[in-house]
Design a protein around this ligand. Sequence first.
Ligand SMILES: [Zn+2]
Length: 513
Amino acid sequence: MDHNLRVYNTLTKQKEPFKTVVPGKVSMYVCGPTVYKPSHLGHMVGPVIFDTVKRYLTYLGYDVKFVVNITDVDDKLIVEAPKQGLSVSELAERVTKDYVENLKKLNVTGIDEMPRATHYIPAIIEIIQGLIDKGYAYPAAGDVYFDVTKDDDYGKLCNRDPEQLEAGARIEVSDKKRSPGDFALWKSAKPGEPAWDSPWGKGRPGWHIECSAMSMKLLGKTLDIHGGGLDLQFPHHENELAQSESYNGCTFVNYWMHNGLMRIHSQATKIKDAPSGPLSPVGSGIGGEGQPQKMSKSLGNEIVVSEIFKRHQPETLRFFLLATHYRRPIDYSEERLEEVRRGLDSFYRFFERLERVAKRSFYAFPSPPRDDGGGEFAEFRKRFLEHMDDDFNTGGAVGVLYELLSALNRFADLKQLEAGKATGDDVKAFEQGVVYLKELSGLLGVFSSAPEKPKADHASQKLVVGLMQLLIDLRAEARKAKNFALGDQIRKRLGELGVTLEDRPGGTDWRKD
Ligand SMILES: [Zn+2]
């Protein structure tokens, strides 16, 4: 593969040249949600980021298989389902549907498989039995535990020794364990709980073993990329790693990629039942009064995605999530989303301008794969791709996309493209720049189709258009009669209402911010 991609690996804490197990192919596994409540914004971060990672790897020529699992049996589901008068599987189906619909709106198209944990029970039992046979696990009164003292390099992903790990707040306490750091591979079921037959009695799998089983069955023993939120690094990924490597005797993952978490400022939002003390065992420095806090269901400060879609276009949300480097936390605020929306508007306005110049829609422009057509705007393309090669720095790439937009607008001004005065070569150079914009924005998964216009009632929409034309005509009359003060006043007063007038050779257009 001919590329310069480097990927930050959480395990080695450095950027490494990207090489795959099988030449030309990439296996990528990302931990999905436990489906017990509607998706909140934090759930969308990983899928949007890794969908973009897949887009870029595909662009480089790789054949990528991308798996996101669904945890459809868990204590949280068992507690929540009866509250809603549903069975665990009915609740899981309902919440999964909501999750999938949100991903679709966000243009997350790259997921190849979404395995459900409950469909992999035989594989899970087989791996647990194998771990017992190899001496890494032990049954205890209907449960089965992984023995962390038997795994020499346990803790290597978080760089901690087992004694430190035992101090972690997330370790479940049980008197059936030999040592406190041991974790459950199989849990015995109480009456009425979902349960499957196993050599250790009726029960259900632990959370960590589900991911080891599903990734192994669908992608093989060694994954190229394993992704997930930073909060999953410990204990979830540490435990997946321990199970998989102890069972298979080979490397589980070549590149561990962890995305930063969505944070929300506690002063701006009511936090219900926020626990005191450290919120993250991996020391992301969050929590406390006035400090940004992680967005999560258990903190009760999550923002439900379907609610955001009532106020914002999905494209705004996708662009917002990609505007920050994926390893950094994303600070959510309504103001920030509004800022991103205004930024996107400048692209949409350019697309309108393009229609006037090129007489065709941006969405109808070709997007040839890896197209280096040279020309005036090739330098922007080069810099965009350099950012993507640098550990998928979408934040830097988004910045270059804005620069390309400004350069295209400047070029159109300078060459007076809208006045039809440009030469054929100028138009060609301009359109090559547009092809780059199309190619690069496609890598981020934006601008693939026109966003839905907000639905306004038809009659009032018609009235607004009529009144605006009236004002534009009056202003033109005033200017013709050299009454520039009145002309300027009309422009100024409209500006105060958020309406901008744009004078062009063919007349005056208006837009509302
Ligand atoms: Zn997982």
